[in-house]
Design a protein around this ligand. Structure first.
Ligand code: ADP
Ligand code: MG
Length: 240
């Protein structure tokens, strides 16, 4: 589903992605962790070309991102993105937040888009909030709407950038539960998170990044029991 082959990226002199080689298989859930500033956000932002790469090859769902002919709109429709700061449209109701892109981009008829949106709202446990506005919801509820909104485009891949980092502790669990449900449904997912419980229980693989380099890629069990690099050991100790 996602193939990084010798990918590099620089911000001026900063080598933010340094020879990234990574394969994500269909249905795989990969957790990316590492210290702040290690390049995790940049890494997942390259997957839907929010950040272009400078060198190497990146293939996403069969589309070569170096190829000028690759249709960015098609790519972004197939790759859902959930941000730390929800980014819901404040002036739109919950239902309209979810139906906007399917109606505008996928040209789904309104009635059908609304039916799909209601199914998604039920799935994330928020059917009764359809007419609320984002400001009337808790952070955890807003993030669940943001997930439903991403799913409304029927993506093949879902990317999450620290989806629970802006939440009060009591709301983290409800968002992780929705993500776990999604993982169990077979969605291909790349999740930047420091929620190591989620990594241990849900991820098929954990990637540890430091200074733009993937230092470790391992089975979660292996990674937590026996991290190979001193930097990874240090990182895990800090989380305890
Ligand atoms: P992480 O998500 O692991 O905290 P980021 O990918 O956000 O790391 O950032 C990696 C490095 O790249 C940091 O040093 C950050 O300051 C820098 N960086 C991120 N985005 C930009 C940008 N648009 N321009 C310049 N530097 C950036
Ligand atoms: Mg980040």
């Amino acid at each position: 589903m996602i193939q990084f082959i010798g990918v590099h990226k620089w911000f001026k002199k900063l080598h933010v992605l340094n020879d990234i080689n990574l394969h994500v298989k269909p249905g795989e859930v990969m957790v990316v962790c590492g210290p702040s500033g290690s390049g995790k956000s940049t890494l997942i932002r390259t997957v839907n070309q929010l950040e272009p790469i400078d060198k190497g090859q990146l293939i996403v769902d069969g589309m070569d991102l170096a190829d000028k002919k690759t249709n960015l709109n098609k790519l972004r429709a197939e790759v859902g993105f959930v941000f730390q700061q929800f980014n819901l449209y404040p002036h739109l109701s919950v239902l309209s937040n979810i139906t906007l892109a399917p109606i505008k981009i996928r040209k789904t008829p309104r009635k059908e888009a609304e039916e799909q949106a209601m199914k998604l709202l039920e799935r994330v446990g928020l059917a009764e909030k359809r007419d609320s506005y984002p400001s009337q919801l808790s952070g955890g509820q807003q993030q669940r709407v943001a997930i439903a909104r991403a799913l409304a485009m029927k993506p093949h891949i879902m990317l999450f950038d620290e989806p629970t980092s802006a939440l009060d502790p009591e709301m983290i669990g409800e968002v992780l539960a929705v993500m776990q449900d999604l993982a169990q449904s077979g969605m291909t997912m790349v999740v930047v998170t420091h929620e190591m419980g989620f990594a241990r229980e849900v991820a098929h693989r954990v990637v540890f990044m430091d200074q733009g380099i993937i230092l470790e890629q391992a089975d979660p069990e292996e990674f937590f029991k026996n991290p190979q690099h001193e930097r990874a050991q240090q990182f895990l100790r800090q989380l305890l």
